[in-house]
Design a binder for this molecule. Sequence first.
Ligand code: AMP
Ligand code: GLY
Length: 420
Amino acid sequence: MRVLVLGGGGREHALCWALARAPSVDAVLCAPGNVGIAEVAELHDVDPTDTAMVRELAVRERVDLVVVGPEAPLVAGVTDSLQAADIPVFGPSSEAARIESSKVFAKEVMAAAGVPTARYWAGNDAESALAALRSFDPPYVVKADGLAAGKGVRICADEAAAGEALKELMVDQLVGAAGSTVLIEEFLEGPEVSVFGLCDGSDVMLLAPAQDFKRAHDGNAGPNTGGMGAYCPYPLDEATFDGLRDGVFRPVLAELAVRGAGYVGVLYAGLVLAPGGPEVLEFNARFGDPETQALLPRLASDLAEVLAACAAGRLAQVPAPRWDDHSAVTVVLTSGGYPGEYQTGQPINGLDEAAAVDGALVFHAGTRLDGDQVVTAGGRVLAVTGLAGTVGEARETAYAAADRIRFDGLQRRDDIAAAG
Ligand code: AMP
Ligand code: GLY
């Protein structure tokens, strides 16, 4: 198989790395990719959201399967465009991707499918939103309906803060049109876990649960980020995990199919393990970043075979995923100031020394070449994964490798998976 991966972050590096070692894969191509991905895939300078150019690339390169990394190309309709040319693609249509791009749509699907999720109010009128706050208890959860690059969710301690959040989203339009409709939600208490289901339209294969560390600083302090680290497997009890198939994934797939939005691709359930059972916080239409960098190195099955089976609607024909016995811990190295403003272009040293640590893998996210020198090129720069027999040992491996990497302003958390 010739597989084309769309995207150029740490998640796509892990996808390309896993596909490159899959026995069924002859070649991995990536658009646009990054410096690290270039070591395992052939790079093509094509913007993944330019659906016509992506289709042309896939046809020209006789690609057998396209795997879509980020949400933006999905929302732009890259899947619809590829399907029109009969190119197999792993990633939902723009209509099905609304499960991520509209939180109201996701809530409506969950309500119709009987999936447990936080009680909510939704609307586009600021006065009604303020009035609706009174039917909730603090802390108040205020969310923009649309995609807001991680800036659309506020947890507010009191009514004044919630009122301010509503004003910023609805009146000041801090996240643009994404905030013209808002949701107010009941606050859910409990540990968060990410579970990815590989979907073929009606059936699902669940991957091992992972936990993501979203806050910028140690002790879960500081602003929300795209993810500062992850570990896998998260110790979710078997009955709860198995219950997700019929309690969450299959009903959502059935409801989407009824709405004419059959879902092929990863359905990412962000769950809260509430005292009464798991509740869905959100769905994403893609693999999580950095959970994927912790998850895929443990996968012993042929990833391309499974993704191709999903694209062809024949998941039932592939065996359950096999995992190796290792635990994995991933530590993200970011530019100073992330998720706020940061500088790029800082030379990165120690990449080879880090990769030489036994059990360590270094995935590139925001990097580029400046001559022969790898330099920083984004907020999240690298994701360092450690693999070992226990979470504690995997953590030591990840940090031993991360310690060897240096660049000006490097920021990271020192407590990823510390409680595990
Ligand atoms: P989301 O973009 O919906 O994943 O929200 C970002 C983060 O906000 C989540 O990872 C949670 O930590 C937090 N969050 C969102 N909704 C709720 C809720 N209803 N209850 C508690 N925390 C929430
Ligand atoms: N790790 C969170 C996300 O990918 O959305």
